[in-house]
Design a protein around this ligand. Structure first.
Ligand code: CA
Length: 709
């Protein structure tokens, strides 16, 4: 039976080239019934997860193993034959929004999560859908997402699949049917929280943080009982109002590093991605986010380190009790999160085997920490230009922050930017080459304090981060300069010597996460809308295939019936597409898909539909005063999703290209939530009728000006 399924898969892959993008049901048609369902789907427990290397054909956790190395011991596909890689099948995710998760593959079933938290179980041989679960996320929540309606992954435990939703639910699904077993609300929805991270499961506990550091929230991480959803422990990453008492000694300690009334604006420190379990040391490492609001002047006006912003914090796995911390960015004012992927490894450093963790966060330094003690072993710059800090003092662990990085109300062009020298895109460590691979970038941003920032008078009012401010001619000029300097590349980094071994330049920034294998391979999606394979030891490009969109997520690999597959979620979006100037420019809004490759397959994607013609904008008739007011309001309220300068990054429709019909509805969309079903909530609580008109006038002016075509 299994042998015939392989043959039929080959035929169905050929048939796929004729399939329309919405023919999800037809994916893999012809092979149905051959793959006998395993008796217990997602039958994953501690024993299996701890011994994941004994089952290299499975991908049972977001980073494959608890070390999150994203290294696969599989080598049937290798540097000698990867040029024969082809599309085995694809699965349409029915969205144009960003997809940032890595699928799981357990006993022949693939589980994956897409935009708006829609979750799927798919036959990993054939691409045939087994079930689909739509949590019906509150679309208005998109207003509090800086970086698209994404999710970074799901996890599995004893027959259940765990996901978090943008509106803060943690949901356990029956892995056989996709029906919810339990659901719990993880945050107070009156605050502008969201949740986009990958869930992780360990020892019967499921753990999740949250997001919202751009809008004013207080970060924390919570562990729940995987069977019941009952809350087990919670660790806050920043202190709350001291008058209410501290939850722990750690919060009491942290509060000494803050000034003013930070709790009124949340403080930030949201853990929206890296939360890593260390079964050896029984610790959880939490990567924490930026300060909220961004500018420290408005958050902690007397300065201070503001613990535990932009830190790695180790807590006990069973109680959430604080053990150690290392702060990468004291007193963050740059949106420099430390939530980027964390990898655990044992490395020989100066003749000693050290238990380390590694991270390459936004601030552009590659950190190696002793994970037993939190001691900083080394930190080096991984981009050629870093105007934020000259070096990290290994004695004190503190960065030598440059004078120019201490910006004021006058904009200063700095790199790394708010998008970072490396962002959430997964990195991978190959124990054979000893190298860490990740997409690095040189990205610039004009930082300035917004002189007109006002502390909001209540939660969920927030539209600004305390930085930026009006789009002055100076700021405009710097934005263009930032645009022209943008670069992206794949880097291979030696974490012991702390230096780059090779790099492959890419067309632009915003490239995909990475997988590395024992076949001497690195696999990565590129911003040129391709999926590519490189030699892990030298960086030589061995194979590349155009795939119509950017596979931003981390690829995975698995083995079924003796055949190795490579899979990746491909769907451009996320922060680079929402708030980016150049990264997504000219990007075709394309269907997101799961792409699955194997040797010798010849499947093809159906061709992209023609782009609709760009409608002519109405003439720009408003006064300069109104347009300037609109530009200012736009920068504070709209730019996070619709792009600075009203230039789309290829995920949301470009506002300059609105149809006459959309122009006619403009105020209703902005103030009455006419398009809230698409994620465009009403902004009536922060914008008046005349504000909306001014923003409209600005968008029309932008559609008429030089940058338009
Ligand atoms: Ca942020």
């Amino acid at each position: 039976m299994r042998a015939s399924a392989v043959v039929l898969t080959g035929i169905s892959a050929l048939a796929l080239s004729a399939c329309g993008p919405s023919d999800t049901e037809l994916n893999g048609h012809g092979a149905s019934g051959n793959a006998a369902a395993p008796p217990a789907p997602a039958a994953v427990d501690s024993q299996r997860l701890l011994a994941a290397d004994n089952e290299p054909g499975e991908w049972m956790a977001p980073g494959r193993t608890y070390s999150e190395q994203r290294f696969s011991p599989l080598k049937q596909i290798n540097d000698g034959n990867v040029h024969e890689l082809g599309l085995a099948w694809y699965f349409d995710l029915n969205t144009h929004r960003g997809v940032e998760s890595s699928p799981l593959v357990i006993d022949g079933v693939m589980y994956t999560i897409s935009a708006w938290n829609v979750t799927y179980a798919i036959d990993a041989r054939t691409g045939k859908q087994i079930w689909r679960y739509d949590p019906q996320v509150d679309r208005d929540r998109a207003r509090f997402l800086c970086c698209d309606v994404v999710n970074r992954g799901i996890s599995a435990w004893k027959g259940k699949i765990y996901l978090t939703t943008i509106d803060g639910r943690l949901i356990a699904l029956d892995a056989r049917t996709g029906t919810p077993v339990w659901s719990t609300q993880t945050f107070d929805k009156t605050w502008p929280y969201t949740s986009t991270g990958a869930t992780r499961v360990f020892d019967g506990k499921v753990i999740i943080g949250n997001a919202g550091g751009e809008y004013g929230v207080r970060g924390y991480v919570t562990a729940y009982d995987a069977e019941s959803g009952e809350q087990l422990w919670r660790f806050y990453t920043v202190p709350g109002d001291p008058a209410k008492g501290f939850e722990s000694k750690a919060m009491e300690m942290a509060a000494k590093t803050w000034t003013g009334e930070w709790w009124k604006q949340g403080g930030g420190g949201t853990a929206w991605d890296a939360i890593v379990y260390d079964p050896e040391l029984k610790l959880i490492y939490i990567g924490t986010g930026n300060g909220s609001p961004h500018a420290q002047a408005y958050r902690s006006p007397g300065g201070g380190d503001n613990l535990f912003l932009a830190s790695i914090v180790a807590v006990r796995w069973d109680t959430g009790e604080y053990v150690w911390h290392y702060q990468e960015v004291p007193g963050d004012s740059w949106d420099f999160t430390a939530t980027m992927p964390i990898i655990l490894a044992d490395l020989e450093i100066d003749g000693k085997l050290r238990k380390v963790l590694m991270q390459a966060p936004k601030n552009g330094f590659f950190y190696v920490l002793d994970r037993v003690t939190g001691e900083l072993i080394s930190a080096e710059k991984f981009t050629p230009v870093n105007l934020w800090a000259t070096h990290v003092d290994l004695k004190t662990g503190r960065p030598a922050i440059t004078r120019e990085a201490r910006y004021g109300t006058e904009p200063v062009l700095l790199t790394p930017s708010v998008a970072g020298a490396h962002n959430w895109n997964p990195m991978a460590y190959n124990p054979i080459t000893g190298l860490v691979y990740f997409p690095a970038q040189e990205h610039w941003w004009p930082f300035s304090i917004d002189p007109d920032y006002k502390v909001p008078d209540g939660p969920a009012q927030r539209t600004s981060t305390g930085t930026g401010g009006p789009m002055t001619p100076k700021r405009m000029e710097l934005m263009k300069l930032a645009d022209s300097r943008e670069k992206g590349w794949l880097t291979a980094w030696d974490p012991v010597k702390q230096k780059e071994v090779w790099h492959v330049p890419h067309e632009r920034a915003g490239n995909g996460g990475v997988l590395t294998t024992a076949g001497n391979l690195v696999l990565e999606g590129t911003a040129a809308r391709t999926f590519a394979a490189f030699k892990a030891d030298t960086g030589e490009k061995l194979w590349e295939m155009p795939v119509q969109t950017v596979p931003m997520a981390g690829p995975i690999t698995y083995m079924l019936d003796g055949e190795q597959y490579v899979a990746v979620n491909a769907g451009w979006g996320g922060g680079m597409a929402m708030a980016e100037l150049r990264g997504g420019r000219g990007m075709h809004r394309s269907d997101a898909r799961v792409l699955v490759f194997k040797l010798g397959a010849k499947g093809e994607l159906s061709p992209l539909p023609d782009r609709p013609p760009i409608p002519l904008p109405p003439p720009s008739t408003a006064s300069k005063e109104v347009i300037d007011k609109g530009a200012d309001l736009y920068a504070r309220t709209c730019a996070n999703c619709h792009g600075p300068q009203a230039v789309s990054g290829g995920v949301i429709k470009d506002l300059r290209h609105m149809t006459a019909q959309t122009h006619a509805m403009f105020n209703d969309i902005v103030l009455k939530g006419t398009m809230s079903g698409l994620g465009m909530a009403s902004f009536a609580n922060v914008l008046s009728e005349s504000d909306a008109e001014a923003i409209h006038a600005y968008v029309i002016a932008r559609a008429n000006d030089e940058w338009n075509r």
